[in-house]
Design a protein. Structure first.
Length: 172
């Protein structure tokens, strides 16, 4: 049998070791979205009037949500349609992701990268007949403070591409 003082000493040592391990774990801050990779799309944040071929196409309010982890788009088209997108940088795959949902039920799931002041997304959707449409969206951070969004689609596997939307965002 172990003497009581030795047992007390061992118990206290074990507790102290466990406590210091817990303290070390709690001292590490949780992950956040302050890293440069998470801030790459901040150029799109703001209140915008959007133009296509010089004509007003709609308005867009783009906000930072969830402690800056989500770039949240609130689109309202001149013709009455609307939609929202949720954009975020995923640490796991080191890619940007966008989930777009429109008031007509259109859903886009895109993934992409940032390079040289541009976010480039791509993804696919299925038509009711099962055929595939490929999508490419590029957001350009322009030197004059505007943002250009260029959306293209392909119905032939990427052999040819057609412009779907080419808009210039100007701050209100």
């Amino acid at each position: 049998m172990m003497p009581r003082s030795l047992l007390t000493l061992l118990t206290c040592s074990m507790l102290a070791a466990g406590t210091s391990g817990l303290a070390a774990q709690t001292r590490q801050p949780p992950p956040d979205c302050k890293a440069a990779s998470h801030r790459q799309f901040d150029f799109w944040v703001g209140d915008w009037v959007v133009f296509v071929n010089g004509d007003t196409a709609g308005t867009n309010r783009v906000t930072l949500e969830e402690s800056g982890c989500v770039v949240h788009e609130h689109w309202v088209g001149r013709g009455g349609g609307s939609g929202q997108s949720f954009n975020f940088f995923d640490r796991a795959d080191q890619k940007w992701h966008q989930l777009w949902v429109s008031s007509s039920g259109m859903v886009l799931r895109l993934a992409g990268d940032y390079a040289e002041g541009q976010i480039r997304y791509s993804g696919e959707t299925k038509r009711p007949d099962g055929s595939t449409i490929r999508h490419r969206l590029t957001f350009f951070s322009n030197s004059d403070g505007t943002v250009r969004q260029f959306w293209e689609s392909s119905t032939d596997g990427g052999t040819s591409w057609s412009a779907v939307f080419d808009g210039i965002y100007r701050k209100k």
